[in-house]
Design a protein around this ligand. Structure first.
Ligand code: ADP
Length: 245
C-alpha cells in the first residue's frame, strides 16, 4: 500500500546534473523519517519536490492517495496539507510573531482574526514562546525564530511537516530548544520528514532513517540498523566523517 506521502521513480535534473535519480519513498501517516547524507546528495531537493517548490521531470508523487502535479490547483492543496520549515526561518520581518502565525490561516483558511489569534497563541505556547507573541522576528534569537516558524507551519493544521535542515543556521546553544519542539511533535505522531545533520536526534526520534548519496536512496532502516550496522560502505564513511567531526 502506498504511504501517506509516496514517491515513485522521481527524477530531477538541473541541466545535465541529476539531483534526484529514481527515488522511491513511502512515508506512513504518523511516521518520522530522517534523511541523512553528504552535502549535495539531493536531500533538500527531495523534500522541495514533495512540497512542489521544485519541479521534477519524471516519476510520481502522491499525498494522501492523490497524485500531485506542479500546477496551480495542486500547489495550494499540497501547501495546505504539507507544511515546511526551512533552514532560514523566512518569517515576515514587518509582522509580529503572533501575526506571522495568524497570517496563513486567515488568508488561506479564511479564519476570523479572533479565531486565528487564539490558534496562534495556543501554538506559540506549544513551542514555548507565548511570551514573545507581540515582538518582531528580529527581536528574537534564532532558536526562538525557528520555533515561530514551526508554529506558523502548524497553524495550517498540515497533515505532514517537512523540515529542511531546521537547525543548521542556529548557534549551537539554540539547537537543543528547536530539537525539543520537534521531539514533542514526533511524540504526538505528527508525520514528519526531516533533513538533518543532527545524528543524535535522528537516532533518538526517527522511526526510519534514509541515507542518500548521489541523488539516490542508497540505504534505509531503523536508526539502530543505520547507525549501528550500516550495510553500505558509503554510509559507514559518511557516519564516520560526521560523528568524528
Ligand atoms: P543536499 O540537500 O543533500 O545538500 P541538494 O538537494 O541541495 O543537496 O542539492 C543536490 C545537488 O543539486 C547539489 O549538487 C546542488 O549543487 C544541485 N542543485 C541544487 N539546487 C540547484 C539549482 N537551483 N540549480 C542547479 N543545481 C542545483
Amino acid at each position: 500500500m502506498p504511504g501517506f506521502i509516496s514517491l515513485k521513480g522521481v527524477c530531477k535534473a538541473y541541466g545535465s546534473f541529476q539531483a534526484l535519480d529514481n527515488v522511491d519513498l513511502d512515508v506512513a501517516e504518523g511516521e518520522v523519517v530522517c534523511i541523512i547524507g553528504p552535502s549535495g546528495s539531493g536531500k533538500s531537493t527531495l523534500v522541495r519536490c514533495i512540497n512542489l517548490l521544485e519541479r521534477y521531470q519524471q516519476g510520481e508523487i502522491s499525498i494522501a492517495g492523490v497524485k500531485v502535479a506542479p500546477d496551480r490547483d495542486h500547489l495550494a492543496k499540497v501547501r495546505a496539507n504539507v507544511g515546511m520549515v526551512f533552514q532560514s526561518f523566512n518569517l515576515f520581518p514587518h509582522l509580529t510573531v503572533k501575526r506571522n502565525v495568524m497570517l496563513a490561516p486567515m488568508r488561506v483558511r479564511k479564519l476570523k482574526a479572533a479565531e486565528a489569534e487564539t490558534r496562534a497563541l495556543t501554538l506559540l505556547r506549544r513551542v514555548g514562546i507565548a511570551d514573545q507573541a507581540e515582538k518582531y522576528p528580529e527581536q528574537l534569537s534564532g532558536g526562538q525564530q525557528q520555533r515561530v516558524a514551526i508554529a506558523r507551519a502548524l497553524a495550517m493544521e498540515p497533515r505532514a511537516l517537512l523540515f529542511d535542515e531546521p537547525t543548521s543556521s542556529l548557534d549551537p546553544e539554540m539547537v537543543g530548544e528547536v530539537l525539543d519542539v520537534m521531539r514533542n511533535l514526533a511524540k504526538a505522531h505528527v508525520t514528519m520528514i526531516v533533513v538533518t545533520h543532527e545524528m543524535g536526534f535522528a537516532r533518538q526520534v526517527a522511526d526510519r532513517v534514509i541515507m542518500m548519496d548521489g541523488g539516490r536512496i542508497i540505504e534505509e532502516g531503523t536508526p539502530k540498523e543505520i547507525f549501528d550496522r550500516p550495510r553500505e560502505q558509503r554510509t559507514r564513511d559518511f557516519l564516520q566523517a560526521v560523528l568524528t567531526h
